[in-house]
Design a protein around this ligand. Sequence first.
Ligand SMILES: [Fe+2]
Length: 480
Amino acid sequence: MKGRKLMGWGVCVAILFNCSFAFAIQYIEPYLQAPKQDGMTILWWTNSSQPNSSVEYGLGNYNNTVAASNDYVSSMNLYKHEVKLNGLSTETTYNYRVQSGSTLSNSYTFKTAINRSSNFRFALLGDGRTDNSTVISRHKHMVDMAGDRGADFIIEAGDQVKAGTASHWNTLYRNIVTNSAGGSSYGSKIPYMTAVGNHEIWDGSSYDSGNLTTSMARYKAFMANPSNGSSNPNWNERYYSFKYGAATFIVLDLNNTSSNSYDNHDYLPDGSTPDWEPGSEQYNWMVNQLQQAQQDSAFTFVIAHPSPYSRGVHGSPSDTQRGYQLRALDPVWRQYGVDAVLTSHDHTVEHCLTGPAGFENDMDVNDPNNLNYLVMGNSGYSSRYAEDGWNTWMDIEGNDGPPYYTKYFYSWAGNDSLSSFWDVNIVNEGNNLWRADFQVVRSDGQIFDPFSIERTDPVPGPATVSLMVIALAGMLRRKN
Ligand SMILES: [Fe+2]
């Protein structure tokens, strides 16, 4: 009897142990990266080695299984699992779940990138951060709201963590982006992509170039950004581009440069960031991407962390983390038809406009010669600074050199209970015309600064091609 009792306890303890072990190994639920028309990248993390890891997926079932990697990441003291799915159908929703040893994740769905002619929606978050429970809660709420509004993907423009430590990366992915420990489930259903911010490079106590093997190693481990082909492995994945529908997204790392005349961050040492000034590798790569985008996309969006134009403290030319030098990029962005520059860094929510001489006479946000700069530094972290003149265009010429105009310097500065994100809806209007609808969505559901830009597609749509063929056939018939 005694023996049987002991055995019973042993079974109970074993079951308990197994149960807690089973829950523990799925440390970070699966999340999505690098959406393609025929593929998707799925990553997840465990706190013990799980060589028998895989993704199960299918159309309404889980009939396909693909083995995953099982890589120990020393900077996180965790195991990373990654699968690149290929050969999928475009704009198609798949079921999926992941297996780590004997543990099966929750079941999710993902949608492959859309057809070139389809509408889509994305959310731009910035400075969501991970500082404390209040910031974490607001950041998670922004991911939830973006998902609830039907975003096909989310991009965060840097400073998604307070610091690039293992603890803050765990918080971002367990408590905010996935529901591993109370976070949003949307990171498991739609891609969540990022730009590098200075807080990703910061190791929690100081900035130094050693971060390339600590905090930035963590950034690269969590992301699966497309390669930029850089000859320097430190810079690969720190800037990248991708196409989604009729738009090209060019994501840059503009945190600092080693050129003294363009230095835009006093604390980031040379060698800790890729150079960005004209003639640098990143700049030349960017111009190439811009040229391609002009030929094959209706919209070109640039995303980076620091803001070239802002009324926040980082907008001042004398600030230690100034975006001022980045204004050197404004002419080339306008030359190549960039439609919006989406940034963060300053904890403001702001809409600036630049343009050629005289643009201030009508302040046309839809004029392709003008360029909209949208700042979002409030997707978790509270908005800072005063709110004077927040809803009228103001000339900021007195601030420094070349003039620019800003409005919607939002009025909820300092209110810790409110956060926001830019919601962008891309609409195919037919006849080769596309429209991008922008608006700020605040955490209480209020909408601010809705505006639209309309652009002609450089690639004729199927209807236009058909009309051209018919016209050509008519001309040939007439000739005959
Ligand atoms: Fe920042």
